[in-house]
Design a protein around this ligand. Structure first.
Ligand SMILES: C[S@@+](CC[C@H](N)C(=O)[O-])C[C@H]1O[C@@H](n2cnc3c(N)ncnc32)[C@H](O)[C@@H]1O
Length: 203
């Protein structure tokens, strides 16, 4: 999956993220985008979880793109990355920052439809910055179910959270028969960020 990339995206406007938060505090979660340390850690975890033989990395809730940037910097090929973001200003910024990147403006909670509209047939790993604990359980479950359906049986969902507990309600983890693994916490983030990995329980 990893390959050298010389891409040098233009810097993100930090105020763009804060404006997005003012428009939709609940779904954006906070006024600050992920720091470079957090972004690098999440991108590393995501690329480690990506299947070796290629496939598409799907990022849900890309915001202004700090993790997108880290994924590209760590060697994720541009044509193997698809990002989904609901906020129009952030989508425009992502397109401006990363020329040629597939940016799907839409609802990541309606993942099957949004991927189909973007003609994305499958994924090797799904990375989510969506605030799953404040999303109604039926929508969070449907989103994870769609993500799992798009991936091979051993595919992973990498989920990050500002919270201290599992970002996915344990009842959903049980209903979908998932293994939940805490990957680590990055303190150099405001607030500190925890990274989790979910995948189908082996039978
Ligand atoms: C916690 S922020 C993370 C942003 C960025 N990935 C970062 O690390 O700085 C969550 C992002 O998810 C987006 N978002 C929330 N709900 C969404 C949905 N249902 N569909 C698409 N994007 C969504 C928000 O607009 C916001 O940009």
């Amino acid at each position: 999956m990893r390959s050298a990339t010389s891409r040098n995206p233009i810097a993100a406007d930090p105020l763009a993220f804060a404006r997005g938060w003012l428009r939709s505090p609940r779904s954006v979660g906070g006024p600050f985008a992920s720091t470079v340390w957090t972004a690098a850690r999440i991108a590393e975890t995501t690329l480690d979880a990506a299947c070796g033989n290629g496939g598409t990395v799907v990022e849900l809730g890309a915001g202004t793109g700090p993790i997108t940037e880290a994924l590209l910097r760590l060697g994720c090929p541009l044509d193997r990355l698809v990002v989904i973001e609901r906020d129009a200003e952030m989508c425009a910024l992502l397109e401006e920052r990363f020329a040629g990147l597939r940016v799907l403006q839409g609802d990541a909670l309606r993942l099957r439809e949004t991927l189909a509209q973007g003609r994305v047939k499958s994924a090797c790993v799904v990375l989510s910055g969506l605030p799953m604990r404040v999303i109604p359980a039926d929508q969070a479950t449907a989103c994870y179910r769609d993500a799992l359906a798009a991936m091979p049986p051993d595919g992973s969902i990498i989920q990050y959270t500002y919270g201290l507990r599992s970002p996915l309600d344990p009842a959903i983890v049980a209903a979908l028969d998932l293994d939940a693994a805490f990957v680590g916490r990055e303190w150099r983030n405001l607030p500190p960020m925890a990274v989790w990995r979910y995948r189908k329980r082996a039978t």
